[in-house]
Design a protein around this ligand. Structure first.
Ligand code: F0G
Length: 460
C-alpha cells in the first residue's frame, strides 16, 4: 500500500496499565441518579471509559515521568522554571513566561492586567472560564467567530476563524480604545475543536495593527490547530507542526495556556507575553494568586514534565495518531447515522443533541440528558456543552440559548485504544436506537459560577 494511504498508529508502546472497574447497568443507574444526572459529579471509579475531558487526563511519557524525578523544589529560581522558559522560547517564541497552576490562573492574570471596567473583549466563541474572568475584570465578551461555527453541519474546514467584518463593526461601534485585546482560541473548544486558518490570523494581525489592538491567544490546543493547517491549508503541507505552531504565535502578542491539554501534563499552565510592561505587572500579580513568578503554583517537577510535554506535543507523528484516533471514532459514528459536529475537530467528537433528541426543547437540557443516558448504557462518561455550560446572561438573568447543544466525547491523549473507540461507538449507537424513550431533565440545584460543574438535575 502506498505510504500516504497507510493507517495512523500510535508512535509509542504501552509500558504500564491502569486496571478499570466494570459496573452493571443497575449500579450505573444508581450512580448517575446520585450524581444528580451530572457526569461531573460521578466518582471516576464508577466510570469505564472517561471522555469527560482531555484536560489533565493524558498519559505522560517515560521521559516526562523521569522528569518528575528531576524536580528542583526550591521556592525561588528552580532550574525546572528555566527549562520551561527555554521550551516556551524555542517552540512558541514568546519572550516572557509566567507559570500558573493551570489555564484559568493565566486567564485571571491577563484579564486583571489588561481589562478595565466597561471594556469590550471580542473572541472567537466564548470559553467558560475565559469569559468569566473577562467579566469578573469588568469586561464584556462579544463573539466574533464566523457564522459557520454555529452550524454543526457546515463543512468549512476552518470554522474557528474570526469574522473580520464583525470585528470591524465592533471597533466602529465602541472605538478601539475600549478593546484592549481580542482573545483568539486555536482549535475552538465550544465549536467542536474547530481550527483557525493561518490566512485568517494574518489578516487579523493586519486589522488589529491598524487599530492598536492586541491579539492574545488561548493556545491551549495549538498543536492540534497546527496539524489541521498542515493538512488543509494551501502552502503548509510540507511544513512541520512545530514550524506552524511557531508561526501562529508570531502573529500574536501573548498567550494563555492550559498545559493540561496539548502539553500532555496532569497540571500546569502559563501566561506568556512579549511586552515588558505587561510582563512586569502580571509577574507581580501572580504572587497574589498563584505563587512566586518562578513557580506560579506549580511544583518544580510539574514544570519539568510540562517542558518535556511541549516538545513531544509538536511532533508530527504524535499529532497524526492523536487526530487519527479522534477521526476514527467520528467515522464510526457517522457510519451509524449519529448526528455529530462536522468536520470532526481536534480533541473529541461532539454529538448534536438537538438533532439526536428532537423531541426535547432546549429548556429540558437535551445534551445533559444524553450524557447521562450514554453513561447509564455503558459507563462511558461524556459531558454537556450546551445550555447548561452557557450559563446565564449577567444582566437579564436569563439562560443563554447557544445554537450548539452538544455532548462532547473528549479523547484523552495516548490513553485509550482503537478497541475502546469501538465500544464507545457501539454504546452511542445503542442509545441512538432507543432515543425516543429518553426524557428531559429539570435543574434542581444551580450554583452561581460555572454551573455546569456542580448543577444537579432530576428526570422529568
Ligand atoms: N481555554 C480552553 C480553550 C480550555 O479548553 C480550557 C479548559 C481552559 C482555557 C482553561 O484551562 O482548565 O487549565 O484552567 N478546558 C477544560 C475542558 C476544562 O474540559 O475543556 P484550565
Amino acid at each position: 500500500m502506498s505510504l500516504s494511504k497507510r493507517s495512523w498508529a500510535e508512535p509509542f508502546k504501552i509500558k504500564m496499565v491502569e486496571l478499570l472497574k466494570m459496573t452493571t447497568p443497575a449500579q450505573r443507574q444508581k450512580a448517575i441518579k446520585d450524581a444528580g444526572y451530572n457526569t461531573f459529579l460521578l466518582k471516576s471509579e464508577d466510570v469505564y471509559i472517561d471522555l469527560l475531558t482531555d484536560s489533565g487526563t493524558s498519559a505522560m511519557s517515560d521521559q516526562q515521568w523521569s522528569g518528575l524525578m528531576l524536580g528542583d523544589e526550591a521556592y525561588a529560581g528552580s532550574k525546572n522554571f528555566y527549562n520551561l522558559e527555554k521550551a516556551v522560547h524555542k517552540y512558541y517564541g514568546f519572550k516572557h513566561l509566567i507559570p500558573t497552576h493551570q489555564g484559568r490562573g493565566a486567564e485571571n492574570l491577563l484579564s486583571q492586567v489588561l481589562i478595565k471596567k466597561g471594556d469590550i473583549v471580542p473572541g472567537n466563541m466564548y470559553f467558560t472560564t475565559t469569559r468569566l474572568h473577562q467579566e469578573l475584570a469588568g469586561g464584556t465578551f462579544v463573539d466574533v467567530i464566523i457564522d459557520e461555527a454555529h452550524d454543526s453541519e457546515n463543512l468549512f474546514p476552518f470554522k474557528g476563524n474570526i469574522d473580520l467584518d464583525k470585528l470591524t463593526a465592533l471597533i466602529k461601534k465602541h472605538g478601539a480604545k475600549k478593546i484592549p485585546y481580542i482573545c483568539v482560541a486555536v482549535t475552538v473548544n465550544m465549536a467542536g475543536g474547530q481550527p483557525v486558518s493561518m490566512e485568517n490570523l494574518k489578516a487579523l494581525r493586519q486589522l488589529t495593527n491598524k487599530h492598536g489592538i492586541k491579539i492574545m491567544l488561548d493556545m491551549t490546543r495549538i498543536a492540534e490547530n497546527a496539524f489541521f493547517i498542515q493538512q488543509h491549508e494551501k502552502g503548509y503541507a510540507k511544513k512541520s507542526v512545530a514550524a506552524i505552531v511557531k508561526e501562529i504565535c508570531s502573529y500574536t502578542d501573548g498567550a494563555t495556556f492550559s498545559g493540561k491539554k496539548d502539553a500532555l501534563v496532569n497540571i500546569g499552565g502559563f501566561l506568556a507575553v512579549n511586552d515588558q510592561a505587561i510582563f512586569e505587572e502580571a509577574s507581580n500579580l501572580v504572587v497574589v494568586y498563584e505563587g512566586l513568578h518562578t513557580y506560579g503554583g506549580l511544583a518544580g517537577r510539574d514544570m519539568e514534565a510540562m517542558a518535556i510535554g511541549i516538545a513531544e506535543s509538536v511532533q508530527d507523528e504524535h499529532m497524526k495518531a492523536r487526530i487519527g484516533q479522534v477521526q476514527y471514532l467520528g467515522d464510526k459514528l457517522l457510519e451509524a447515522g449519529i448526528p455529530i459536529v462536522l468536520p470532526v475537530g481536534g480533541h473529541g467528537i461532539f454529538i448534536d443533541a438537538k438533532r439526536f433528541l428532537p423531541h426535547l426543547t432546549q429548556d429540558q437540557f437535551p445534551a445533559q440528558a444524553l450524557a447521562a443516558e450514554i453513561y447509564t448504557d455503558s459507563g462511558v462518561r461524556t459531558m454537556e456543552r450546551g445550555i447548561v455550560s452557557a450559563g446565564r446572561n449577567k444582566k437579564t438573568g436569563n439562560h443563554y440559548y447557544p445554537k450548539l447543544e452538544l455532548v462532547r466525547l473528549t479523547i484523552p491523549r495516548r490513553v485509550y485504544t482503537q478497541a475502546h473507540m469501538d465500544v464507545i461507538a457501539e454504546s452511542v449507537e445503542h442509545v441512538f436506537e432507543n432515543r425516543k424513550k429518553i426524557k428531559g431533565l429539570k435543574m434542581i440545584y444551580e450554583p452561581k459560577y460555572l454551573r455546569f460543574f456542580q448543577a444537579r438535575f432530576q428526570k422529568l
